[in-house]
Design a protein around this ligand. Structure first.
Ligand code: AP5
Length: 215
């Protein structure tokens, strides 16, 4: 199954993607993770996009589409049952670029899952988010704390706050989402199944709602 996980920053896309990856054997492709990796490794791309990520703005469509082409062409490893896109597409131009890429590959999107979460909930979630520097696992100081403070349960790596999880940057990311990303839904409605899920429920309940919607 090929899925797109859609929703505002902090709606739980990464959290649910990890569960879907394990449960359905899907390959998780997150443009945010790919871009942050490039920054961490100091590649040419990383140097170009570092300031854009920190400011909560979007990286240009041509750079993101080139990155996605490379990611989709990479060997799938053990996850051969389909893919799960997280944080992409994010503009109408990226959605059109994805259509083109998929038609070349002879593939399609089976469903798009929208996680609906209010602005206030997003702000609370992102202010308390901590991410593992090694395996990228995601925690929350209140809703999903690690067993030992500052240490990843999964790999023992150290947990940090993302550069773009500061209050003024969170507000900008939400504005960018509303202006540039939400309009994509109109591109997909009527063409593929679009499932809206209440993303403000606890993590397990959200996972169950997604499972039910995809059955
Ligand atoms: P990206 O990494 O894609 O960030 P995002 O879309 O802003 O989403 P987040 O990762 O912040 O949140 P999430 O929805 O995954 O939530 P999470 O599961 O972590 O993009 C970052 C930047 O990269 C962009 O701003 C842009 O600059 C650039 N970029 C990326 N893709 C791009 C593209 N396609 N085009 C251009 N630029 C691009 O959960 C958040 C917190 O809430 C966690 O602490 C978690 O534990 C907690 N939580 C999750 N679910 C629940 C729940 N049900 N109840 C309570 N707490 C919960």
């Amino acid at each position: 199954m090929n899925l797109v996980l859609f929703g505002p920053p902090g709606s739980g896309k990464g959290t649910q993607a990890e569960r879907l990856r394990k449960r359905m054997g899907l390959r998780h492709i997150s443009t945010g993770d790919l871009l942050r990796d490039a920054v961490a490794k100091g590649t040419d791309l990383g140097r170009k996009v570092q300031g854009i990520l920190a400011a909560g703005q979007l990286v240009s469509d041509d750079l993101v589409l080139a990155l996605m082409r490379e990611a989709m062409a990479a060997p799938a490893g053990e996850t051969t049952k389909g893919w799960l896109l997280d944080g992409f597409p994010r503009t109408v131009g990226q959605a059109a670029g994805l259509d083109e890429m998929l038609s070349e590959l002879g593939q399609g999107i089976d469903a798009l899952v929208v996680l609906n979460v209010s602005r206030d909930a997003v702000i609370e979630r992102l202010s308390g988010r901590r991410t593992c520097t090694q395996c990228k696992a995601v925690y929350h100081v209140k809703y999903n704390p690690p067993a030992a403070e500052g240490r990843c349960d999964r790999c023992g790596g150290s947990l940090v706050q993302r550069d773009d999880d500061r209050p003024e940057t969170i507000a900008r990311r939400l504005d960018v989402y509303e202006a540039q990303t939400q309009p994509i839904l109109a591109h997909y409605r009527g063409r593929i199944p679009v499932h809206e899920v209440d993303g403000e429920r606890p993590v397990d309940e959200v996972a169950q709602s997604i499972e039910r919607a995809l059955q």
